[in-house]
Design a protein around this ligand. Sequence first.
Ligand code: MN
Length: 341
Amino acid sequence: MNQHRIIAVEEHFATHRYIEVAGGLDVWSGDALELQQMRSPYGASAWMTEHLSDIPTRLAVMDASGTDVALLSLNPPGVQAYEPVAAATALVESANDEMAEVVRAHPSRFAGLGAVAPQDPQHAATEIERIMGPLGFAGLMICSHTHGQYLDEPMFEPLLAAAEAHGATIYLHPRMPTPQMIGPYQNYGMTAAVWGYQADAGTHAVRLMLSGTLDRHPGLRFVLGHLGEGLPFWMQRIDNRYAFAHKAAAKALGLPTLELTPSEYLQRNFAITTSGMDDEAALRFCLERLGEDSILFAIDYPYEDSDAATQFLRSASIPESARAKISHTNAERWFTLPSAS
Ligand code: MN
């Protein structure tokens, strides 16, 4: 019945070499908690390492779940936690080279989202040229903040300009909240995917909208996981309250005059994915809010169950036209991917 080609776009990857080298690097003090948690029994395990690194294992899981193509991305938070800068830039180059080799060896099954080290925005700009050029990747992934700073901040201009110039769609993946906001998340297991990830990634996206960044770079395209990190549900209120705040106190609050409303930026510059959100009611709501053309399928391998995710996609009670677009055609339009039958 619903045998559409399936492209999954948030599928994490790391080689043994990467894990070993990264494990020996210094971590920025503000990221110590996140890295410590990832290296604890809660995060790292032999099972996880095998699923991140072993290609036959990954292909077997893809075959069993009916996933045709996986867009590989470096395991979060990529190289963004490491210092000094030179160690992070060297690591990201070798990680991208290693992922490109895997993609080249399996061109019908894998595509790649390259990684960058935003700690050095000029290096990131050069790496984006490589990502969209010789490495042949489909776009890039940035794991939210870097050393507590967000992409709307002026230091990241070269990175954003390069992404826009090269048509590199940025998958803005969550990570643990910044040291500035982590306090109340540290109880009850809330730092990670339970609540902290979406709070940080959603905040990041709202900053991109409200800062005027998307007026300076109208061609930038971002993809948010987890059905948009809560934003589709909030847009009417954000529009309403932003207009109120702007009218009442733009000067006092230092608000720029934006060309679009926040929800118009969400429509124009963002797509969302189904990663980790096998919830029919939420998916139907997002289809109603955003339309059929900006929702993409993702699993979040190896952290989510691949069989459950594809089963959800095949069986969700949504229009067949939407299922086809979510399964593959939207991924082919939002990322630099060849379309196939
Ligand atoms: Mn993920």
